[in-house]
Design a protein around this ligand. Structure first.
Ligand code: ADP
Length: 467
């Protein structure tokens, strides 16, 4: 109870007492003065006793109301204790009981809300996607770690202008229009803060107490975009690679049909060109098929393979061509080591390396091969004395269709897919392939593969012991 109310009650009681005494005095005027004084005395004492009782009751009530007020104010505070209130059976007691009940419910609700908001914050903070929320003034209210790292923004972001955190006018425009229209929107844009990356931003209106804000999710699509580009380039490259031999076949067929069939001197040459182009088409198709099988993982069989036997088979296959080109094949150390994988694929990889070492060699050149054990791994080296590869081309030679000298590669029947196949085969056997080269001096390819103990037979490569 407030003290002003208490003062008013006291004033009213005094006024009532004065009026009562005056009325009594007037009413008792005919009575004997001794008796009148006695009655008035009794009245004053009774009034004072009543006032004392009223004061006591009002003090108690004041204390209870104050406690109720404090309890109501502290309902959501961390130290609010249920059940601290007294519980008499009067109306105030029933109000106290309701307050205790409401307090418990409110605390439950608030703790649920706190848990839910902490959970959401943890999810948003830990998300791989960037998340950014802005208020109706386009001031940032939330920005998760993923987006902060991508933008390179440091320091407190709350209340900072959108453009200061993500410096992209197109994104600003998107978020501004989503806030104005209430319609979600999408945008693909680049961020150059740390490493250049491409994002797809999805902005959605967000109802806030102060009006309409916007929440934006940023998907990092850099890898996806690169893959898209690789796929487009690949399709373009395949079309281009097929077009050249096809043009040759069509061109020379037309020449023959247009009368060259009677040209006894040249017709055989034309047919040979048509055949060479058809063979080239066949080689491209075969290599593409191998690559697609390797990538799809269709070719899964694993066997214990003798690296020496496979390399010897490869050397035997290319022997005639090496002789024709005047290139000597030299076997250096040929240890008998074993690996786990597909024998057929490994032979194909070695054949590609050997064929290149011969094709890109010089007359009277050499190809040296050796098999050794290096740090528990089987190392196969194919070194030639050929034209070499310029250092700027080295990082790209394992790419599909990449050729240093296109004309020379075509002339020697290359498809540009050989090294790509080598890398796929070796990597699928948990190995690596590296290259070193010096222009005009020669090139060395080195393949490293996990070694497998011969007696143990085929096993999963991850559990194989080194020899
Ligand atoms: P290709 O069918 O043209 O040989 P590859 O994928 O096998 O395709 O090789 C890609 C390119 O790498 C070749 O065109 C050639 O320019 C270069 N290259 C590969 N091996 C050698 C080598 N031993 N010496 C010189 N250049 C090589």
């Amino acid at each position: 109870m407030s003290s002003s109310l208490f003062r008013r009650l006291v004033a009213a009681a005094i006024a009532l007492l004065v009026v009562t005494l005056v009325s009594l005095n007037y009413a008792l005027s005919p009575v004997d003065p001794g008796i009148r004084a006695h009655v008035l005395e009794i009245t004053v004492v009774a009034a004072l006793a009543a006032a004392a009782v009223a004061l006591l009751v009002s003090r108690t009530l004041t204390a209870r109301v104050r406690r109720l007020k404090r309890a109501a104010e502290g309902l959501l505070g961390p130290e609010a204790q249920p059940g601290v209130l007294t519980d008499p059976g009067d109306d105030l007691g029933s109000l106290e009981r309701s307050l205790v009940g409401v307090g418990q419910e409110l605390r439950g609700l608030v703790s649920n809300l706190r848990f839910e908001s902490a959970r959401r914050e943890a999810i948003l903070t830990g998300m791989a996607e960037g998340v950014l929320a802005v208020d109706p003034e386009l001031k940032v209210t939330f920005c998760n770690q993923a987006l902060l790292s991508a933008t390179g923004f440091r320091g407190r972001y709350e209340g900072v202008g959108l453009l200061q955190v993500v410096r992209d006018p197109a994104l600003y425009e998107l978020i501004r229009s989503v806030r104005a229209s209430g319609e979600p929107g999408k945008l693909r844009f680049h961020l150059f803060a740390n490493i250049p990356r491409t994002f797809e931003a999805q902005a959605t209106p967000l109802a806030m107490p102060s009006g309409r804000g916007v929440i934006t999710i940023f998907h990092d699509i850099t890898d996806l975009e690169r893959l898209e580009q690789v796929r487009k380039d690949f399709v373009a490259n395949v079309s281009h690679e097929l077009r050249t031999p096809l043009a040759g076949i069509i061109g020379y067929s037309d020449t023959l049909l247009d009368g060259a069939l009677d040209d006894t001197e040249n017709r055989r040459k034309f047919v040979e060109i048509i055949r060479a182009n058809a063979v080239r088409l066949g080689s491209i198709a075969a290599d593409l098929l191998v690559l697609s099988e390797l990538e799809s993982g269709a070719d899964q069989e694993t066997e214990l393979v003798s690296v020496r036997a496979v390399l010897e088979d490869g050397l035997l296959t290319v022997e005639a061509e090496a002789r024709d080109r005047g290139v000597r094949l030299i076997r250096e150390e040929m240890q008998d080591l074993h690996v786990a994988g597909s024998r057929l694929r490994l032979e194909q990889a070695f054949l590609n390396l050997l064929a290149n070492a011969i094709k890109f060699n010089r007359p009277d050149g050499e190809v040296r091969v050796r098999i050794t054990l290096e740090d528990g791994r089987v190392a196969v080296r194919v070194a030639d004395t050929g034209v070499g590869i310029p250092s700027q081309d080295l990082p790209r030679i394992f790419e599909r269709f990449y050729r240093v000298d296109k004309a020379r590669s075509r002339q020697v029947g290359g498809t540009g897919l050989g090294l790509s196949i080598v890398r796929h085969v070796i990597e699928r056997m948990n190995g690596t392939v590296t290259v070193e080269s010096q222009v005009g001096k020669g090139t060395t390819f080195q393949v490293l593969l996990p070694s497998v103990g011969r007696a143990s037979g085929p096993q999963p490569t991850s559990t194989l012991a080194a020899q």
